[in-house]
Write a protein that binds this ligand. Structure first.
Ligand code: PLP
Length: 373
């Protein structure tokens, strides 16, 4: 098998698994319990939160542990919308968002919130002038990805935050799921930031929502105390420790990992661009981990299946989307529905080898010839 779908999920690093086993074995208590085992788990949990917050440049109390980025996005979006409902019900977003952002927005729209979509330029970036024109006094939330999951476009989040400085009623939520561990992320510019551990060799089922200290949001999961009052449930100490380990590994090696992925991406881009029917959809300055392309006249799902039949794993849109509809993100940069329907995504890792890339290119050639004849 040639796995080229690292933006959907990464294999868990053995060190992360070791952390999980050790913490599970050594801290059997519930960190909320007041006995010795509970206190010991609580002390460990505090240490983990301190270490994670140090790495992210935030405060331990600003961390909300969640089950992943879907929950983090839902909590930020619904939590802000509900707590700010008396100030306004207008929200701005982009066509590049993951379903875990667009679906809660649709749910809010159904109960009376107004959602505006900011235009995307052909370079894949938010049109900042259009963004400014959409902002209103009753805009309570702007939600934007730091890096989108289909094209890998890096959004100008600092500029967006700068524009919002004149709109004190509007909170900024950044979905940084495809950015954390790959490129530097400035958490402090936003009110809330989401990410998940399994995108950088941590465990599935573990994520974080950063929430600025003073911001009040309505919880979506109600219950007893957790590590943070905004999300109830027994503190997931072993998962949080595993996230800490994965994050440390990713951040300690961020430049080396980036450079090796960049080389692989350049090789792939060059080789694939030689095919007359290949359209590379990812902008040149997208993160190198994601390369989105279309083979003209062939549906993305058909190319994916042909590759999959030969042992190559790539994805059509993101893993959580409906494959039969054209990609909104690719449509935004190409303005071409057929091209959007033909698109699919290769996603790379520092673990990807040249041998895998060369074998992939051979298989690609076979599929290309079969499907375009
Ligand atoms: N946001 C983005 C940009 C993603 O790429 C993903 C997953 O692919 C998610 C959110 C959802 O993450 P999770 O699977 O951890 O819920």
């Amino acid at each position: 098998m040639i796995y080229l779908d690292y933006s959907a999920n990464t294999p868990t690093d053995p060190t992360v698994l070791e952390t999980f086993s050790q913490i599970t074995a050594n801290f059997p208590g519930n960190a909320n319990s007041k006995h010795t085992a509970g206190k010991s788990a609580q002390t460990k949990q505090n240490e983990i939160s301190q270490n994670i917050s140090d790495m992210l440049g935030i405060k331990p109390d600003e961390i909300i542990y969640t089950s992943g980025a879907t929950e983090s996005n839902n909590l930020a979006i619904k939590g802000i919308a509900r707590s700010e409902r008396h100030t306004g019900r207008h929200i701005i977003t982009t066509p590049l968002e993951h379903p875990s952002v667009s679906a809660p927005l649709t749910a809010l729209q159904e109960i009376g919130y107004e959602i505006d979509m900011v235009k995307i330029g052909l370079d894949g970036k938010i049109d900042l002038e259009h963004f400014k024109s959409l902002l209103r006094k009753d805009t309570v939330l702007t939600t934007v990805c730091a890096v989108d999951s289909e094209l890998g476009t890096v959004q100008p989040t600092s500029e967006i935050a700068g524009i919002l400085a004149d709109f004190p009623n509007c909170r900024l939520h950044i979905d940084a799921t495809q950015a954390v561990g790959k490129i530097p992320v400035d958490f402090k510019i936003a009110d809330t930031v989401s990410f998940a551990s399994h995108k950088f060799y941590g465990l599935v089922g573990s994520g974080i929502l950063y929430k600025k200290e003073d911001l009040i949001i309505e919880p979506i999961i109600h219950g007893g105390m957790s590590t943070n009052i905004f999300r109830s449930g027994t503190p997931t100490t072993a998962l949080n420790a595993s996230l800490e380990t994965a994050l440390k590994l990713a951040l300690d090696n961020i430049n080396e990992r980036f450079d090796s992925v960049k080389k692989l991406n350049t090789l792939l881009r060059d080789k694939l661009s030689e095919y007359p029917k290949v359209v590379i959809n990812s902008p040149k300055d997208a993160i190198p981990h994601i390369l989105n392309l279309s083979v003209t006249g062939v549906k993305g799902v058909d190319f994916q299946k042909a590759l999959s039949d030969k042992g190559v794993c790539v994805s059509v849109k993101s893993a959580c989307s409906t494959d039969s509809l054209p990609s909104r993100a690719v449509f935004a940069v190409s303005r071409n529905r057929k091209n959007a329907l033909s698109s699919w995504r290769i996603s790379l890792s520092h673990l990807t080898t040249y041998d895998e890339i060369n074998k992939f290119l051979e298989i690609f050639e076979t599929c290309y010839k079969e499907l375009t004849k």
